[in-house]
Design a protein around this ligand. Structure first.
Ligand SMILES: Cc1cc2nc3c(=O)[nH]c(=O)nc-3n(C[C@H](O)[C@H](O)[C@H](O)COP(=O)(O)O)c2cc1C
Length: 242
């Protein structure tokens, strides 16, 4: 390689390795569970969705649909789900399975650590099932967020399309974070698809995958509570010289 080419490579490498503005958005996003009720304009959500739709998807099939709720409609949904949570929670079940029945040890350990940190931060004892149920109920009010999204996917699609959907959901959360908004992805909504379907006119072929609360975080300067494993725990590098 000639000297000028080397210089360009070195410059590129430095630019790639240096922190970029998107890093701050990625690391600044967290599952927010306390929102202030300041409204978020339809235009803002439209803009978030307009950029989120650039998520990649196999063969570009874009297998997502999203119901955007605010005001009275969101209130109606919350009231119906809160009532179901209070009176008939055992009669409802998600149409898909989120967690493996027998989590392998590593993941089980992480889930236990999640429970310890999460309920610990809320002052809820792990054995306090009433306290945990009250916290679960907050999901259905979208944690006080002014906007709630319900995300669905066509049930005729395969697991690959669920990968695509995950990227779309993440794009929504990052686009929100880039605008000073926070979010919480919520699988808890999937279980109440029988209630959501008539309320939102969700067609039979659509499966409710999750909700997403979107709004301004109540506590400014709040940060992520959940740690992450370091890269040597999940990445295997092969063929590098150093
Ligand atoms: C698909 C998905 C579903 C989730 N469902 C819920 C939920 O129903 N309720 C909730 O409080 N958090 C939910 N979470 C948030 C996770 O608990 C959170 O992302 C994880 O603990 C890591 O924390 P962080 O996002 O703040 O880094 C969900 C996350 C994902 C990706």
């Amino acid at each position: 390689m000639s000297a000028p080419e080397e210089a360009v490579m070195a410059g590129d490498e430095a630019r790639i390795v240096a922190p970029s503005p998107i890093d701050a958005i990625l690391t600044g996003r967290f599952a927010c569970r306390q929102f202030c009720n300041a409204p978020v304009a339809r235009r803002t959500i439209e803009q978030i969705l307009r950029v989120a739709r650039f998520a990649p998807s196999g063969a570009n099939i874009q297998p997502w649909h999203v119901y955007v709720l605010t005001g009275e409609v969101k209130g109606k949904v919350s009231a119906a789900l809160l009532e179901a949570h209070e009176t008939s929670r055992d009669e409802h079940v998600s149409e898909y399975k989120y967690y493996a029945t027998d989590l392998p040890g590593l993941y089980l350990k992480r889930r236990q650590e999640f429970g310890r940190l999460f309920y610990g931060s809320l002052g809820i004892h792990q054995a306090d099932s009433e306290g945990r149920s009250r916290q679960t109920a907050k999901n259905y009010t979208f944690f006080g967020a002014p906007v709630g999204l319900i995300v669905t996917i066509d049930r005729r699609l395969e697991v690959g399309s669920w990968l695509d959907l995950g990227m779309f959901v993440q794009n929504i959360m990052l686009a929100a974070a880039g605008r000073g908004l926070q979010s919480c992805p919520q699988e808890t909504f999937a279980k109440y698809h029988r209630i959501l379907r008539p309320l939102l006119s969700i067609p039979a072929e659509q499966m409710v995958v999750c909700g997403i609360s979107v709004g301004k975080a109540k506590l400014q300067g709040q940060d992520r509570l959940m740690p992450r494993a370091d890269i040597d725990e999940f990445a295997t590098f092969l063929g590098f010289e150093d």
